[in-house]
Design a protein around this ligand. Structure first.
Ligand code: FMN
Length: 380
């Protein structure tokens, strides 16, 4: 009797809304499990930060059980790069490389967005081809280092961006979105999270400007909204989303009043009718229960899809979608370590543990060699 009940409840879980199709913006997805953006530092670097090598294609192919894959952070320009061997989306070779990946993901039945990214002050001239990092204000992040081919180096004080430099970055985001569609992506996620350029403008810990891009909440949100508008004008709002992390302290960023800042931003995003907002709830990869922001309120005041992330397990994800708290749930480390994550979640199978030693190292180890359930010895 007990066994029957257990099977019954498993069957119920496998039927959960998390595993049912839905639509995000104009993109139909087979289930509501999203692969979160994951930087893996395995692009072809001497050749110009080009993705699309055989192992890159294989890595994403293995994970195409996801209803939606969000690519690793992908810089919109050489100066927007903050780590070794991250891919770009500003050259023709990069567009062609991504095309190999998106074709493979589509053939396997999934959908894919490009996460378009500018790191702002979180970089070093050794990574940007010699260019000085740019940011809203000339404030260096404390206790953040850059990893270069010469080893670990201190991050220099960035140059405060001129209004012309801001306009150039908006144009580069727009061009990146156009390139993403040419590369076969179904749309883009604008990286507005984790202390990178857009977030540096949003939160007052890094933005001390007193012009149209700093000071008031509306002014701090201006760059994010100009980028959203430019990208939406290029590819249509139904293919555009943005990732936000109002509370994460990652990359030495904080805001004096996150609720007020992000209330305004979410209201403005709603007015623009974009496809989704993707919230990192709490501290990225860490505590979820930080005070200072009400995600349920954001969910209610935004009519597009709400993608939830950070520290979700199977039960939390099923509950979040079943209760309507989220439309979809993004998994980062669990997807990194479990190519067949969706199948495992469906049946309640155990998960491989991620190996942090190989998150950012070159080659197949810790990248394409995590075992699937089928490849594992049968459990007695
Ligand atoms: C190796 C690694 C690389 C990451 N790269 C990115 C990235 O490129 N863009 C981004 O927005 N978040 C990035 N993140 C954050 C994840 O997308 C995610 O927010 C975080 O891991 C928390 O989700 P999880 O608990 O499901 O892992 C990265 C995380 C890890 C572990």
């Amino acid at each position: 009797m007990q066994a029957t009940q257990a099977r019954g409840s498993d069957a119920h879980s496998a039927d959960a809304k998390l595993f049912q199709p839905t639509r995000i913006g104009c993109i139909d997805i087979a289930n509501r499990v999203v692969m979160a953006p994951l930087t893996r530092c395995r692009a072809d670097e001497p050749a110009g930060d080009v993705p699309g090598s055989d192992i890159n294609v294989e890595y994403y192919r293995q994970r195409s059980g996801a209803g939606l894959i969000i690519s690793e952070g992908t810089q919109i320009s050489p100066v927007g790069k903050g780590y070794m061997a991250t891919p770009g989306i500003y050259s023709e070779a990069q567009v062609e490389g991504w095309r190999r990946i998106t074709d493979t993901v589509h053939a396997a039945g999934s959908k894919m967005l490009a996460q378009i990214w500018h790191v702002g002050r979180i970089t070093h001239p050794a990574l940007t081809g010699g260019a000085q990092p740019i940011a809203p204000s000339a404030i260096a992040p404390r206790d953040v280092v850059a990893y270069t081919h010469q080893g670990k180096v201190d991050i220099p004080t960035p140059q405060a961006m001129s209004v012309q430099q801001i306009a150039d970055v908006v144009a580069q985001f727009r061009q990146a979105a156009a390139n993403a569609l040419r590369a076969g992506f179904d749309g883009v996620e604008i990286h507005g999270a984790n202390g990178y350029l857009i977030d540096q403008f949003l939160r007052d810990g890094a933005n001390r400007r007193d012009d149209a891009y700093g000071g008031s909440v509306a002014a701090r949100c201006r760059l994010a909204l100009e980028i959203v508008d430019a990208v939406a004008a290029e590819i249509g709002a139904a293919r555009v989303g943005i990732r936000l992390s109002p509370l994460t302290p990652f990359n030495d960023l904080a805001d004096s009043d996150p609720q007020r800042t992000f209330d305004h931003l979410v209201e403005q995003l709603d007015a623009r009718g974009i496809a989704f907002v993707h919230f990192i709830e709490g501290s990225t990869g860490g505590a979820r229960d930080l005070p200072g922001f009400d995600y349920a309120k954001a969910r209610k005041s935004f009519r597009g899809a709400y993608i939830a992330n950070n520290g979700y397990d199977r039960a939390m994800a099923i509950e979040a979608v079943e209760s309507g708290r989220a439309d979809a749930v993004a998994f980062g480390r669990a997807f990194l370590a479990n190519p067949d994550l969706v199948q495992r979640l469906r049946v309640g199978a155990p998960l491989n543990a991620p190996d942090a030693q190989t998150f950012y190292t070159p080659g197949a180890a810790g990248y394409t060699d995590y075992p699937t359930l089928d490849a594992q010895p049968a459990v007695a």
